[in-house]
Design a protein around this ligand. Structure first.
Ligand SMILES: [Ca+2]
Length: 199
């Protein structure tokens, strides 16, 4: 009798656990790159590169999460130099992106001003900086922003900084950068969450 009770309790616990897991349902062929629930390696460029970057801080936040309960709050103060604010992560898995066609991310723009977003991928032994075209980032929640990784519209030193290159060395991705652009004088935050790679 005790065994039956124990078995019933075990099944109930398993059922509850599987119920929890199933709340985040990923489509087939999609993997989470980062969702900021645990330790992560995303930071603001700030003054660290001495290039006039407009980012000021990157903090784990409990606001505007779209997967789990935490997001990355990216703080910036946009300047006349139009450098934008850059926030980047390194050391994540997977680092081999050759099987993926799209990067998908949710970003809440809390500034009240329509902004723009670009990403950069640094890859290969030279950490080649390859930057996308700019995408609109309207005020408010922007779910499932989808950036095609196979289109040949990335700029780098290899393209003379024209947006006409394909992403190279994708078997060895070192760093992912989110760059926030917009009118000078805009100060505030965007919240990034649920960064995914899709086949
Ligand atoms: Ca999250």
């Amino acid at each position: 009798m005790k065994k039956i009770v124990l078995l019933s309790v075990s099944i109930m616990v398993l059922g509850l656990l599987s119920g929890c897991v199933s709340t985040t349902k990923l489509p087939a062929g999609t993997d989470i790159l980062e969702n900021f629930e645990d330790t992560h390696f995303f930071i603001a460029v700030g003054n660290s590169w001495g290039d006039g970057d407009n980012s000021t801080a990157a903090l784990t936040s409990d606001k505007h999460a779209t997967s789990g309960s935490k997001s990355l709050e990216c703080q910036f103060a946009l300047q006349e130099n139009k450098k934008g604010g850059a926030f980047y992560g390194e050391g994540f898995e997977p680092f081999n992106w050759t099987g993926y066609s799209n990067l998908i991310v949710d970003i809440f723009n809390a500034t009240g001003t329509d902004l723009e977003l670009a990403i950069a991928v640094c890859s290969g032994t030279a950490w080649e900086w390859q930057e996308s075209i700019n995408f609109p980032l309207p005020s408010g929640q922007n779910k499932d922003i989808t950036i095609n990784l196979k289109e040949g519209n990335f700029k780098s030193s290899l393209t003379g900084w024209e947006n006409n290159g394909i992403l190279l060395y994708m078997e060895d991705v070192k760093r992912l950068v989110f760059k926030i652009l917009g009118p000078p004088g805009v100060e505030g935050s965007v919240f990034i969450d649920y960064i995914r790679l899709a086949q």
